[in-house]
Design a protein around this ligand. Sequence first.
Ligand code: ATP
Ligand code: MG
Ligand code: FE
Length: 333
Amino acid sequence: LLTMGIESSCDETSVAIVAEGRQVLSNIIASQIEVHQVFGGVVPEIASRHHLSNINHVTNQALVQAGITMEQVDLIGVTYGPGLVGALLIGLATAKAYALAADKPLVGVHHIQGHISANYIEHLNLEPPFMALVISGGHTNIVEVTGYNECRVLGKTRDDAAGEAYDKVARVLGLGYPGGPLIDKIAKEGDPHTVEFKRVFLEKDSLDFSFSGIKTGVLNYINSEKQAGRAINTADVAASFQQAVLDVIVTKTISAAVKMKKDKIVLAGGVAANSKLRSMMEEACRRQGIALYYPSPILCTDNAAMIGCAAYYKYKSGITDDLTLDAIPNLPL
Ligand code: ATP
Ligand code: MG
Ligand code: FE
């Protein structure tokens, strides 16, 4: 069964062809990072326009690279939320047009379900149940995954997402956009214990997160150092910020797995590409006897192969959508 996946929820226009849900025949990703870099963040209207001008070309490339024609596609899966509404609509309109014209079944995919599914592509033997840490530009969730199409959110951020915190702190440090990969890199040269930023654990036993305070913490630290006439070591501050955020994330994810008796933890979303997160999780999981899974960096950030994979499993369980499928910008998990 050949699935065409389509993703356009934010600033990546992506189309993929996936065989039997897990084998990637093509995964074309047109990133708009350079377009939005000058603005220091994604500008929704500009994102929509670029999706529109890219989508047909990206779709054709996905077919050509997979060596198939539209007639050979068995299923079309598309992200219908959450995300920027104008951006989502371009992918949806494309998916619906192909579904109608080529008479193919259509399946709407939750973007975060897609991020989790990236792990099925990378780890061919991975099956639910497991505990998932979804950590991306807009989400920070601890999710109990009980089946390919069933999950329960045990914890979520009450304010900023982890990726958002990375991006905001990078901006404060003058590193540029997107900040996650830049902090990841520079933090390697810093001492993570230069500044002990507050670790926000919230109530006892809570699996929720709060990251909005740490940006202020970093700002206050920079200002007080400047006032005292001391130079700022960017690498030290980046490493200290990262350590504070990851201490909380790793602790909560492990305790969720232990509490729910899960012997597998799966990382998903853009921040799952972070090298420090990976090494801290590796060590914590080893201590607890938990198996750890994460996708390669290119499958952590937005791509259509993960959407094709998630669509395949929805279709297998009998779920399809019709042409009334609409974009839902704040779609809950
Ligand atoms: P969502 O999936 O929640 O809708 P999104 O699609 O915008 O949001 P992703 O594409 O999953 O987010 O991830 C982008 C985020 O990942 C950005 O915040 C980026 O800074 C962060 N990120 C990417 N690579 C790294 C890294 N190596 N270390 C830390 N953060 C990273
Ligand atoms: Mg993006
Ligand atoms: Fe995403």
